[in-house]
Design a protein around this ligand. Structure first.
Ligand SMILES: [Fe+2]
Length: 177
């Protein structure tokens, strides 16, 4: 079904997980890379999260721009998620879930308190950057959702200096209410 917001949000049901893709990509002037979800996509997300097939699973929400961003509004307008507040209002109903983003190319893990629980808001590094800072160095994140829907693992791994293997690295963790 094509929604007014386009092809997003999209959802894939995989075992105990409902993987929900959002699009925050919008054309911007040069040197501006802010993203927007828009009212239509957020309204569709709200309806989608209420569907029994989704509500009975652990949501894994994917969005390119950062949903949690403590910087000034000006900075967020320049390169953040401009309507992050509206997204957070929609996901406030969720008792648990993963909210994954990229864009900043640095590892982070925020425990975001909602009205009924906690969302893990997690970003990944870029996939190919040979950088000395372990937050930024190339690697991958590993997420495990147990059969009962509990989030069993959120881990990050960075490429070894040898370039032949990966080692687990810490993610800066914060709690946001
Ligand atoms: Fe980006």
């Amino acid at each position: 079904m094509r929604l007014p917001a386009g092809d997003y949000p999209l959802v894939k049901l995989r075992g105990p997980a409902a993987i929900v893709g959002l699009s925050s990509a919008v054309p911007r002037p040069p040197f501006v890379s802010g993203g927007v979800l828009g009212r239509e996509q957020l309204a569709a997300l709200e309806r989608l999260l209420g569907l029994p097939e989704v509500a009975s699973r652990t949501p894994v929400l994917l969005v390119h721009h950062p949903p949690v961003d403590a910087r000034s509004r000006l900075a967020r307008l320049r390169d953040g998620l401009i309507d992050a507040d509206r997204l957070l209002a929609v996901v406030d109903r969720l008792p648990r879930g993963l909210l994954l983003f990229g864009h900043v190319h640095a590892r982070s893990h925020v425990a975001l308190r909602t009205s009924s629980g906690t969302l893990d808001v997690v970003s990944a590094s870029g996939a190919a950057l040979d950088h000395p800072d372990p937050r930024i160095r190339a690697g991958f994140n590993l997420y495990e959702i147990a059969g009962n829907g509990a989030i069993a693992r959120v881990e990050s791994y960075a490429l070894d200096a040898s370039g032949t293997g990966f080692s687990r690295v810490p993610m800066p963790e914060r709690i946001v209410s």
